[in-house]
Write a protein that binds this ligand. Structure first.
Ligand code: PMV
Length: 399
């Protein structure tokens, strides 16, 4: 792959069943003031039928007309979410903790279409059909229930990250959709409520509402269903001021994964003898991670990150049948990370539901780490990411 950036369509997995939710607390739609975002992303070409993304003057015209545009960035978990305890409400088995990135934003416009027969979904400029359309339509249905509205909508979403490759496109995708849809339907929702809402689209999306480090609370004490729904959301996590990190992303394969994370999680939970022990160790990892972030201890943050991810992949390898996302080039990248550590650099790997490897390191050493990884895995595309902003509205109602 030649380029460091990719533009692809979102191709979400099959739609989850929609279910009623409790109303988010009223407040204002959030914004992060710091985003690099994205007038330019939003200003990508406007073809007929694309309704919100376009020139800024169109956004101004959109205000008050049931149209909103939001931008969100992907997040990569340092303590992974892997497995649900309640599929319908998207409640996880354990807490997770992530870093929101400053690369690969998703820009999503939502416009109400009162005259339309149903929801229309454009992903990367292409009309979505089948499960991809249904997953977005189910999410809009949930927003309509919460807002007490009925009108269908047109959704226009553009990713700048390979979709379905374990690069968190569903996190940025559903975070942006939650913010834009809530604004377009006039649903008053604060960041916590939007985090809960995004969770229903894709679990990891709840963390992309926030910039930097964020923890998704499993809310085990609340049990399941609607009671846990109210409190299972993400919150920002403070880190020591001196902790300046980068995440070097090694894209060894940008193609979509063979097994969706939803299906792989389900299989792991149901069949892997290693799953429960990993969840137990993940709970300890999270406590230690919070302490390491507060202390600004990059080596501890990295060690916990790497062992948590390797443990997650071990649970999948022990599933029946096994789920294996790591490819030969992933292992080459892992070897290169080990070699970097032997040279004295603080570099630690994490991997998600795909073959791509992300390497946590000191911001000041990111170009050295990236160069070593480019040399070790010459066929990969290597992107250096830094902590990025939370999801925010960039145009339309609710600003
Ligand atoms: O939110 P989902 O269903 O795409 O699951 C994400 C799972 C991992 O990326 C592997 C881990 C995580 O916490 O993001």
């Amino acid at each position: 792959m030649a380029a460091d950036r990719h533009t692809t369509t979102t191709a979400p997995a099959p739609a989850p069943p929609s279910a009623p939710a409790t109303s988010p607390a009223p407040a204002t739609v959030p914004g992060s003031a710091t985003g690099p975002a994205t007038a330019s992303a939003a200003a990508q070409g406007v073809a007929a039928g694309r309704v919100c993304l376009g020139e800024p003057q169109l956004w101004a015209a959109a205000a008050g007309s049931g149209c909103a545009v939001a931008v969100a960035h992907p997040n990569i978990a340092l303590i992974k979410y892997w497995g649900k305890r309640d599929e319908e409400w998207v409640l996880p088995a354990a807490d997770s903790l992530s870093l929101t990135l400053d690369v690969f934003p998703t820009t999503t416009g939502v416009r109400l279409a009162p005259q339309a027969a149903g929801d229309r979904v454009l992903l990367g400029g292409q009309e979505a059909t089948g499960p991809a359309q249904a997953r977005v339509a189910d999410f809009l249905h949930l927003v309509r229930e919460l807002a007490g509205r009925r009108e269908p909508a047109v959704v226009d979403s553009r990713n700048t990250v390979p979709t379905g490759a374990g690069l968190a496109s569903s996190a940025s995708g559903f975070a942006a959709l939650a913010v834009a849809a809530a604004a377009a339907y006039g649903l008053a929702a604060d960041p916590a409520a939007l985090s809960r809402l995004a969770r229903r689209g894709s679990g990891s999306a709840c963390r992309s509402l926030f910039g930097g480090f964020a923890q998704w609370h499993a809310a085990l004490d609340a049990g399941g269903g609607a009671a846990a729904d109210r409190v299972s959301l993400a919150e920002p996590v403070p880190a020591a001021a001196g902790l300046e990190v980068a995440l070097v992303i090694v894209v060894v394969n940008a193609g979509p994964k063979a097994v969706s994370s939803r299906a792989a999680m389900r299989r792991t939970v149901a069949t892997s003898p290693l799953y429960r022990p990993w969840v137990a160790s993940s709970v300890q990892d999270l406590t230690q991670m919070r302490a390491a972030l507060a202390a600004g201890d990059l080596n501890a943050v990295g060690e916990i990150t790497e062992r948590n991810a390797l443990g997650m992949h071990a649970t999948m390898l022990a599933a029946r049948p096994a789920v294996r996302y790591l490819a030969p080039a992933s292992l080459t990248a892992l070897d290169a990370v080990l070699a970097l550590r032997e040279r004295g650099l603080a570099a630690y790997a994490t991997m998600d539901a795909g073959p791509n490897v992300k390497v946590l390191c000191a911001a000041g050493q990111a170009s050295q780490v990236a160069a070593a990884l480019r040399e070790a895995v010459p066929q990969a595309s290597v992107v250096v990411a830094r902590p990025g902003p939370g999801a925010r509205l960039v145009a339309g109602d609710g600003r």
